[in-house]
Design a protein around this ligand. Sequence first.
Ligand code: ATP
Length: 617
Amino acid sequence: MDTGAIDPLTLRAAARYRRKSLGQLKRLVFTSVGLVWSAGRRLFVGLIVLQLAAAGLLVAQVLAVRSVLQAILALNEHADTSRVVVPIIVLAILTGLSSICSSFQTQLQRLLGEHVARAMWNRVLGVSTTVSLRHFESSEFFNQLSRVQMSALSRPYQVTQGLLSMAGALVASVALGAALFTLAPVLLPLVAIGGVPVLLASRRESRLEFDFSVKQTPALRLRSYFGLLQLGRDEAKEVRSLGLGPWLTGRFNDLYAAYLTDLGDHVRRRTSLSVLGQLGAAVVLGATLTVMIWLISRGSLDIAGAGAALVAIRMLTTQVQLVFRGAQSVFESGLFLDDLDDFLALGAQALEEDRGAEAPDGFQTIRVGGVTFSYPESPRPALCGVDLELNAGEIVALVGENGSGKTTLAKIIAGLYEPTAGSIRWDDHDLSEFSPSSVRERVTVVFQDFVRFALTGTENIAAGRIGMPIDPERVRFAARSAGAERALDGLPNGFDTILSRMFSGGHDLSGGQWQRVALARSFYRDAPLVILDEPTASLDPRAEHDLFTTLRAALRGRTALFISHRFATVRGADRIYVMHEGKVVEQGTHAELIREEGRYAELYRLQSTVRVGMADS
Ligand SMILES: Nc1ncnc2c1ncn2[C@@H]1O[C@H](COP(=O)(O)OP(=O)(O)OP(=O)(O)O)[C@@H](O)[C@H]1O
């Protein structure tokens, strides 16, 4: 796959405008069938068998109708009516079998659909969890992700389903066509022509559907967001305390109303097209029946033959339309699958980007040299020529006002973003020589907005290194080092308690207790570089003090980059870097920076004298 052609930040629903070549169609069919086959081959084979059986049963019914009609017409006043009974019973059995076959098909389709959905989910999640973080800065990426979740996941199955029903209908059409041919050959081409208007209308409908989906995605995402705000547990308290409910419902409703208006227009357009197609088919059917009447009047078709031909025409019309509808479904799914393909290609691109040597187990020095970084689509760089040094075993602090670039720098050092310019070197090697995932393996980060997994305490901590079997002793040790052990032991099921009330038996922790669990997670990871972004924001003064007095012991020789607004907590760091508007403006130990009487000294004094509600006198 050529991944070089894809610019992930300008993903567009280009599929809509691609010409469908035969090669593409072949690829689409092969990929889809391959996918469905690998997701549930036994179910797939079962469905094919049922489809063929259904087609066979249809033909048998036409023949049975003819037998019934012939038997009825052969009756006269004194004839033995028992002659009619057998063909009627056969017809009844065939009709019953057809219905049974159809209900089996429905259930099998449901099962196979779920198998395919699971296989597709695996692929999509494989991409969403590995693509570079920069994609998550692009709204277009989210639009596509949303489309993929909403419809593309089921499309490979729909292609296969379309193909299956096409194949079944084709077999039935050939058989029914042969039956009709023996009755009245001239009627056959007329019935076939009846499918053409349906095909033309369906193709246009498919394009309309895809365009509608692309156009609606951003508004749909916004509406889902307003829905989630009113359904989410985290949001519930603020929604109530601010009385946001009616306003949020109003926004949700406005978006829904706009969607319904658009949907109304869309459905009207689709229906008009469909009616046009059906009208065309009805005109052809009318012509077919007129020809049949003419044949009867000429004596070329007897009454039994005419009755059977009528049934055959009725069935054949349905089957021919099924063939064309199957083709339309394949075509429509193809548009969505191209979209899915583009998305999945990002996974291949992520693999490509992850090429490189394995990062070494540790380092003596990390040197950040002239690092500049701009977020995608952001007019101003978040970092401009940052220089910084981290020596093995040091605790280095990063301070600065809001928005000065501390977290951004931490993300770059952690290997989550690549710098736009400048370099990060681990001893003699540029970080870009190593595969990003191997760098991330050797770094542990506690973000300000760390994830509170609704899992057990043990799992929350062991998530730090989930690739290995969980080691309860190490989990406990990490919890102890982070000061989380007592809080977890105090829960109803100790470390095995689920840390969320969303699930039965779950229990919630306080903000500070959660922060200690997140710290424990980072200690459990046991990486040579630990990045702590505001790790004490929710800790009480005693816990904060305890953490700092034990931090060096807890780090056990690991290097730490520590981001904090609390100057009292960073003064013990080996070196402090002060950031301002994306640049490092001062550096040194606490004592040196105070002596320098610069920004650090000013902020330090401000913080130590600030009082709630009054200026310092
Ligand atoms: N995902 C993003 N996309 C675009 N701009 C961003 C993004 N994240 C941060 N920024 C911008 O980058 C700059 C630096 O942000 P950063 O989060 O690194 O600052 P910070 O020093 O960590 O701030 P704080 O102390 O408030 O956590 C800010 O101007 C911010 O608006």
